[in-house]
Ligand binder design. Structure first.
Ligand code: SF4
Length: 346
């Protein structure tokens, strides 16, 4: 399929060049820039001060937009999941997560499916279909803002996909989100999550930007980790932690170690202490995530077990937080809406 360009991903220079090549005066590029970046509108028909001919040309040359909301699922704690249908009929998910203080976080996807295949995760179940384009990543943000009626306060790339396997499309999207000619989003408020894909972590560190990095460690030892993340995209823990050190030094940001708590797999007090010691030694924070079941063999530990784990990790001196238990309703775990849509398609 011939992929058109994405209007939202055009830089000011590219818009100016496109206007010139298409025979429109330079000030039109500035108007387009205002619609897209300031008013957050990409549909040509809504751009009221743009002539019909230019609107028609925009439609011909660009996706504007390329995706639509196919389904919504709200849980009782206020989290809304949106199933998004892409230009080629594929689906991804994004989540809108309110916090008690009124702030809102968008959780965005970076790939259609995921090649890592973490055993507890619905998103990796059927492998990778394709990478998302820069424009699609940005449209998720825009669509979320439209749905919410305002900009979000934080963005986390923790939806479907291993973002650091899609650096070529993700990094320009981060730049567009955070630059002054883009959406002026503070880099510190943007978090990229990785399963520990070291080549991507190194490239991310080389950006030397203050984005936040979250690494899904899920286990303090290789044997346990192998039960959770399969080969070949599982890297040795010591190398991951060395990449964590590099990121902290180059980006000047403390890294978060994400730890999904799975009953009977990685939730013992001894594992909590081992995790705490690793985090402390590498100046990283730990974020505990009690598992949301996706209908497989993995289970969430009991409340008592979670509390004991947290206590033992904290006793090492590490900084430990626990993710609020959110989005635990039907289809709420990451990737489940998409899996449902895919099976209905078949
Ligand atoms: S948890 Fe993340 S990295 Fe692992 S399979 Fe799911 S989407 Fe991919």
């Amino acid at each position: 399929m011939q992929v058109k360009k994405f209007l939202i991903a055009q830089t000011p220079e590219e818009l100016a060049q496109w206007c010139k090549d298409s025979g429109f005066p330079g000030f039109r590029a500035k108007q387009l820039q205002q619609w897209i970046r300031e008013k957050m509108v990409i549909e040509p028909e809504k751009m009221l001060n743009i002539p019909a001919l230019l609107r028609q040309k925009l439609r011909e040359d660009f996706y504007a937009p390329s995706m639509k909301i196919a389904e919504k699922a709200a849980s009782s704690d206020g989290v809304t999941k949106l199933l998004l249908e892409l230009y080629d009929g594929e689906h991804i998910e994004m989540a809108i997560i309110p916090a008690g203080d009124g702030r809102v976080t968008f959780c965005l996807s970076t790939q259609v499916g995921c090649p890592v295949g973490c055993r507890f995760c619905a998103s990796g179940k059927n492998g990778l279909k394709r990478n998302l384009h820069t424009g699609e990543i940005l449209e998720e943000f825009l669509l979320g803002c439209g749905y919410l009626g305002r900009r979000c306060d934080n963005i986390v790339f923790m939806g479907i996909g291993e973002g650091l396997l899609n650096c070529n499309e993700l990094f320009p999207a981060l730049e567009m989100l955070s630059s002054q000619t883009g959406f002026c989003f503070a880099p510190r408020r943007i978090t990229v999550s990785t399963s520990g894909y070291i080549p991507g972590m190194q490239k991310f560190a080389d950006l030397q930007k203050e984005y936040t990095l979250a690494v899904s460690l899920h286990a303090p030892d290789e044997e346990t980790r192998a039960k959770i993340i399969p080969d070949p995209l599982r890297f040795p823990i010591k190398d991951i932690l060395s990449a964590v050190d590099t990121y902290r030094e180059k980006a000047g940001r403390m890294v978060t170690l994400e730890y999904t708590l799975l009953a009977g797999i990685n939730d013992s007090d001894a594992q909590a202490e081992a995790l705490g010691r690793l985090a402390f030694a590498h100046h990283a924070k730990v974020n505990l995530i009690p598992y949301n079941s996706t209908g497989n063999d993995f289970r969430r530990p009991s409340r008592e077990r979670i509390e004991s784990f947290e206590k033992h990790a904290l006793a090492t001196g590490a900084v430990v937080t626990r993710r609020m238990e959110r989005g635990s309703g039907k289809n709420a775990a990451c990737g489940q809406l998409r899996i449902k849509a895919e099976s209905e398609k078949k």
